[in-house]
Ligand binder design. Structure first.
Ligand code: COA
Length: 130
C-alpha cells in the first residue's frame, strides 16, 4: 500500500457517512457518482464558511478514485481551502475510508478539487468577504 493512501489527511473533517448497499455499482463496490456527491457536499460545507453565505459549485477538477470503497465503510471527507479568488474559492477534498471487519483504517480512496462561487440572492457572483 503506497504511503500516499495511508498518510494523515490534510484539512478538516467536513462530512462523515456510511457506504450503503443502495450506493453500489455493477461490481458491488461503491458507485463513483455517489462518492463525488459526498465530496461536493463536504466542500459545500467548507464553502459556506469561507463565503459566509450562499455559494454554488462551478467546477469539479481532477477527481481521482484511488481505491474501491466497499459497503459498510465509514467514508470521511477532509477539506481545505487551496485558493481564494475574487468570487471563487478552490477547495481540496481528500476522502478516507475505514472498515472494521476488513481491518481498513484511514485509507485514502479519492481526491479532487472543487471550485465554488459565492452568489447573491439573484444567483450572480458576489465578492468574497474579507
Ligand atoms: C457559478 C455561476 C454563478 C458563475 O457565473 P458566471 O457569470 O459564469 O461567473 P464569472 O464568469 O464571473 O466567474 C465567477 C468565478 O468563477 C470562476 N470560474 C468560472 N468558471 C470556472 C471554471 N470552469 N473553473 C474554475 N473557475 C471558474 C471564475 O474564474 C470566477 O472566479 P474569481 O471571481 O474568483 O476570479 C454560474 O455559472 C452558475 O450559476 N452556474 C451553475 C451552478 C450550479 O448550478 N451548480 C450546481 C451544480 S449543477
Amino acid at each position: 500500500m503506497s504511503e500516499e493512501t495511508t498518510s494523515e489527511p490534510l484539512g478538516e473533517l467536513a462530512l462523515q457517512t456510511l457506504a450503503m448497499p443502495k450506493d453500489t455499482n455493477a461490481n458491488g463496490d461503491i458507485f463513483g457518482g455517489w462518492l463525488v456527491s459526498q465530496m461536493d457536499l463536504a466542500a459545500g460545507i467548507i464553502s459556506k464558511k469561507a463565503t459566509k453565505g450562499r455559494s454554488t459549485t462551478v467546477a469539479i477538477q481532477n477527481v481521482t478514485f484511488l481505491r474501491p470503497v466497499s459497503v459498510g465503510s465509514t467514508v470521511s471527507c477532509y477539506c481545505y481551502v487551496v485558493k481564494r479568488g475574487r468570487t471563487s474559492v478552490h477547495i481540496a477534498v481528500d476522502v478516507r475510508t475505514s472498515h472494521q471487519l476488513n481491518q481498513i483504517d484511514n485509507l485514502k480512496v479519492a481526491e479532487g478539487l472543487f471550485v465554488f462561487v459565492a452568489i447573491d440572492d439573484e444567483g450572480k457572483p458576489r465578492p468574497l468577504p474579507d
